[in-house]
Design a protein around this ligand. Sequence first.
Ligand SMILES: NC(=O)c1ccc[n+]([C@@H]2O[C@H](COP(=O)([O-])OP(=O)(O)OC[C@H]3O[C@@H](n4cnc5c(N)ncnc54)[C@H](O)[C@@H]3O)[C@@H](O)[C@H]2O)c1
Length: 367
Amino acid sequence: MKLKKRKEQVSKNNRSIVLVTGGAGFIGSHIVDLLIQNNYEVVIVDDLSSGREENINQKARFYKLNITDQKALIEVFKQERPDYVCHEAAQISVSFSVRDPLFDAQTNILGSLNLLQCCLLNHQVKGVIFASSGGTIYGEPEHFPITENYPFRPQSPYGISKVAVEHYLDFYQKNYHLPYVALRYGNVYGPRQDPYGEAGVIAIFIEKMLKGEIPTINGDGEYIRDYVYVEDVAQANLLALKNMVKLSKVVREVEKTKEKEKGKAETETKTEAENKTTPGPGPEIEIKLNGFNLGTGRGISVNEIFSLLKEIIKFPHPAHYGPPRAGDLRKNVLDCRLIKEVLGWQPQFDFSAGLEETVRWFKENIH
Ligand SMILES: NC(=O)c1ccc[n+]([C@@H]2O[C@H](COP(=O)([O-])OP(=O)(O)OC[C@H]3O[C@@H](n4cnc5c(N)ncnc54)[C@H](O)[C@@H]3O)[C@@H](O)[C@H]2O)c1
């Protein structure tokens, strides 16, 4: 009954359907809002483990379920037949992943695999956008900003799970022609971020400072991150979705060309070996067109955040300094030229504008 109703609805509206996992969460809910503004039909799958009901856009259809629940997820796919999937649902705490790698893998790896299997169900899904993590997959490189061809060196089970899913996505693309884009987010901030977790320094500081409490800066406050505003992240998801089909054709062409070149190189190497000549130059560094860093290319320290917030909020006190947090990487700044070149994305919010928007939202919403 319901399926028939959906088909009629689609043919009447002729709109693409996007399934957003984690659509009740911080980033997912902004993606949902933007998709709805852009006339997509949106289906949310979220177990509300950290997401909130008040984040759920009333125009979306909502299924409260865990992405690891195979049967229930299959039913949603059969029912809704999504055209695209934005995969945001995850266990998001790095330190929790260290304490409980098994739980992290169950949600972040097995849940993602479950989702990918569902995408193959009716051969209708045109592409998957995956929330990867530019802050954890590269480890602590020697050079900044970090480009996409820097090797994966995750230092935590959370980072490992993001890398694993990127590899699985590659596998599904190559073997089942399921297109994908992995967006490797920097440190995302903005309205609706949870101020009570252990990550999300901006939300934590704003919430405390608005209450007149003094926040604690861990270590010397010179820990540098690439902060990107949540609405810019939602825009990147929209652009990736709009360009998915075009991009997957380019990726396939590149792969075909590579295959041909590999074949040619093998024949040439054979001939060279037979003729005993010296080999040519080594392989070129590979840039994948499915994985994009998503940040600003600008590093900001915790000290800078505090002093900017101090100004915006007119906070009279200096910060407290506490011991450094074990395992915190010193620096992460992402090179974001590739996504600008390929998808035409660049951040629209500079850092202070984003901070002001965030403070305004917290003033209105946190009591
Ligand atoms: N916030 C950041 O700075 C950042 C940086 C890099 C990557 N990411 C990634 O972006 C995505 C969104 O993160 P966020 O900051 O919005 O976090 P969030 O916790 O606000 O959102 C995650 C959402 O997923 C839901 N969820 C969790 N486990 C689930 C499960 N098993 N089944 C169904 N739903 C489940 C939660 O209820 C929540 O609504 C995550 O994949 C995260 O790893 C976030």
